[in-house]
Ligand binder design. Structure first.
Ligand SMILES: NC(=O)c1ccc[n+]([C@@H]2O[C@H](COP(=O)([O-])OP(=O)(O)OC[C@H]3O[C@@H](n4cnc5c(N)ncnc54)[C@H](O)[C@@H]3O)[C@@H](O)[C@H]2O)c1
Length: 326
């Protein structure tokens, strides 16, 4: 898919999204070095065929030796709840770490960056679907640090001609063969429901069933991680010197919490008991992306939009982990 093979640094390439994107980059013929401190990632997540440096983005200058063409930057602390309890960790790792990375890129002549931004930069939307022109008002330190990094990148592009694309993911889900989601603690709905099917959790909590949605539960936009990976390859090809392009990545159609639970029931054959809970503060009824800009500017076309396919891939991955998952 990609135009010419390049030498790439993938930060956070032992984590969920970075491992899947790394595998796609290698399949497209690129050379990949993963830089990851394994703080939340796993050695087994480093894609086959990639070089691996166990280290921090704060030390990227030791790796970027002038031979790299571009950086894909996934490394971050990304648990919303933890960011509320320990905001300094998030400012230090996400903002401080990225500042060091940008310095190292500039010093070693890397001119292209693809960055993992997030829907959390928008906060509670005034209207849906959410476009890139929506107000950015993050409601937690995690989203605030990601927005700060987006501002830092804009400055690099304007001042030094960096070519950068920030991809604002909505809810990433599914798996790609042996690369999948392994967060501890897990906070994402699909892997949590799958933990019930595996007997690792008694029931799935449903926070509020009286929202103004068709079945009363919240609607979220789930995007298959392999579709997301393809957007990164396109972003590499479309990044333009001096421009900071920001694109949302989502399906554009939401699935409700209840639809997710029902789909897991069908895919796994498990009854999945529910536990009704009150609404959580700050949980909007609907969070759905407009990914029109990614379609127009990158030529991106998600193809794995069927919720059952997303759940099936995640289920196969969760089962493949066996005892390792615990
Ligand atoms: N998973 C989602 O639904 C989602 C949604 C929106 C945005 N994102 C963003 O995508 C990126 C990847 O998310 P993920 O779900 O794969 O998370 P993850 O925790 O699985 O992966 C992050 C990786 O970065 C590494 N890391 C963290 N800090 C580091 C540092 N200072 N130096 C080197 N390595 C470091 C971790 O060890 C881990 O392997 C993150 O930036 C996250 O904010 C994810």
């Amino acid at each position: 898919m990609s135009k010419s093979p390049r030498k790439l640094l993938v930060t956070g390439g032992a984590g969920y999204v970075g491992s899947v994107v790394g595998a796609h980059l290698l399949a497209a013929g690129h050379r990949v070095t993963v830089l990851d401190d394994l703080s939340t990632g796993f050695r087994a997540g480093v894609p086959d065929g990639a070089d691996f440096v166990e280290g921090r983005i704060q030390d990227a200058a030791k790796v970027l030796d002038g031979s790299y063409d571009a950086v894909l930057h996934f490394a971050a602390s990304s648990q919303v709840g933890e960011s509320v309890a320990d905001p300094a960790k998030y400012w230090r790792n996400n903002v401080g770490g990225t500042l060091e990375l940008l310095d190292a890129m500039r010093a070693s002549g890397v001119r292209t960056l693809v960055f993992s931004s997030t829907a959390a930069t928008y906060g509670e939307p005034a209207s849906v679907p959410i476009t890139e022109d929506a107000v950015t008002a993050p409601t937690n330190p995690y989203g605030a640090t990601k927005l700060a990094v987006d501002h830092m990148i804009s400055g690099e592009c304007a001042a030094h001609g960096l070519a950068a694309v920030s991809l604002r993911y909505f809810n990433v889900a599914g798996a790609y063969g042996k690369y999948g989601e392994r967060h501890h603690p897990e906070s994402h709905l699909i892997p949590l429901v799958l933990q019930v099917a595996q007997g690792r959790r008694d029931a799935i909590a449903v926070y509020g069933d009286d929202y103004p949605t068709p079945d009363g539960t919240c609607l979220r936009d789930y995007i298959h991680v392999a579709d997301l990976a393809e957007a990164h390859l396109l972003a590499l090809d479309h990044a333009a010197a001096g421009e900071h392009l920001i694109c949302n990545l989502g399906n554009g159609s939401g699935f409700s919490v209840r639809e997710v639970i029902d789909t897991v029931r069908r895919v796994t054959g498990h009854p999945i008991p529910e536990s009704a809970q009150p609404r959580r503060a700050g949980d909007p009824a609907v969070l759905v992306a407009s990914a029109q800009r990614a379609r127009d500017r990158l030529g991106w076309q998600p193809t794995r939009t069927d919720l059952a396919e997303i759940v099936r891939d995640a289920w196969n991955f969760a089962q493949s982990l066996g005892e390792d998952a615990r």
